[in-house]
Design a protein around this ligand. Sequence first.
Ligand SMILES: Cc1ncc(COP(=O)(O)O)c(C=O)c1O
Length: 415
Amino acid sequence: MAALDLGGETPSVADRGVWLACIECGETHAPFDDVIYRCPDCDGLLEARYDEYPTFEDFEGRGVWRYADSLPFPEGVSIEEGDTPLYSVPGIEAAVDVESVRVKHEGANPTGAFKDRGMTVGVRVAQELGVGRLACASTGNTSAALACYGARADLDVLVLLPAGKVAAGKVAQASLHGAKILEVDGNFDACLDIVAELATRGDAYLLNSINPFRLEGQKTIGLEILEAHREEHGEWPDRVVLPVGNAGNTAALYKCFRELVAAGEMREDEMPALTGVQAAGAAPMVEAVREGRDEVRRWDEVETIATAIRIGMPVNAPKALPGIRATGGTAVAVEDEEITQAQRDLARDGVGVEPASAASVAGLRKLVDDGEIESDERVVCLTTGHLLKDPDAAAAAGSEPIPVPNDVDGVLDAI
Ligand SMILES: Cc1ncc(COP(=O)(O)O)c(C=O)c1O
């Protein structure tokens, strides 16, 4: 382990060497004395910090908790999340002019999305704090994961969803795992405003990605990518391309890289270029990156087939934007048709994803075509959720079933 100061003051309280630091003013706070989501002094976003950062040698076991030395607890409320595959995608690789493409498929998690990584840690923290009710606003996948992990921990779960804008598979998951589901007449950002207010009033423990412990779990996506990529290629990837909604994964991956730099595992100039992809109808981060702004302007009207990233105000932008800049990354917007085409291309390589996930591959293609990604780069695309999350989108992108009579001749005529 390497001791290193990532900024901020010396911890006032350290529980297993962890504390919370404000990314704006640097003030530090005890992590488990009170429930806090933002800095009580300046309202800035909070980040978990540790007094030591582990190297790859310190990790053992499988899944998210393999990385317990870089998490706030040695174990959590687990249903064996993480340990997802890093697929080769020969069809996509042949069609895109880069050195290599790998796909980190987070759809292979227990509830079919990366959210499980954050929930296994976040629900453990909720237990530590002794809260009774967990809550989130969601475009779908967060609600599915929270319902599942809340059920496992025997805690009440409340989810707020934008009415009519959540894919069927996700609502079904939240429902069967026993969450109380409220459908709000508004978009995701409105749901988050309401649930954040409930959390501030103490009516529920908020497990959206503004909660810094969610991102600790999601950090392990980066650790797995790096370990697997180095094992296969002998080096880190040059770039990670990922879909962006609330920008939690972008922030979490940047934190992962910084902690490895702190541990002496990676040089700062080796951090893979974080490259965010948004749907053209919901692209406030892309706008901020392209205009060189430090702040994101809220989009009140958002629309896209990729409902998981139909978000107009990415709450983690203050963590994610510096990450995109510091790693030499960028951000790009893709049209819904490009997302659907990428979803088909992934499916042809045997990787079934929901539309938001396919945005990463659509973005890769666009940036290569635009000459922004070089042909000698090794790239990892993150696919965040499973095909069955959004069966309607999958059926619309795929081929139509053909009705046939109940006999062999009828079947032969149709093939
Ligand atoms: C499938 C999928 N992809 C991407 C995202 C966006 O992730 P982030 O908020 O970390 O940018 C979400 C968030 O809901 C999601 O469900």
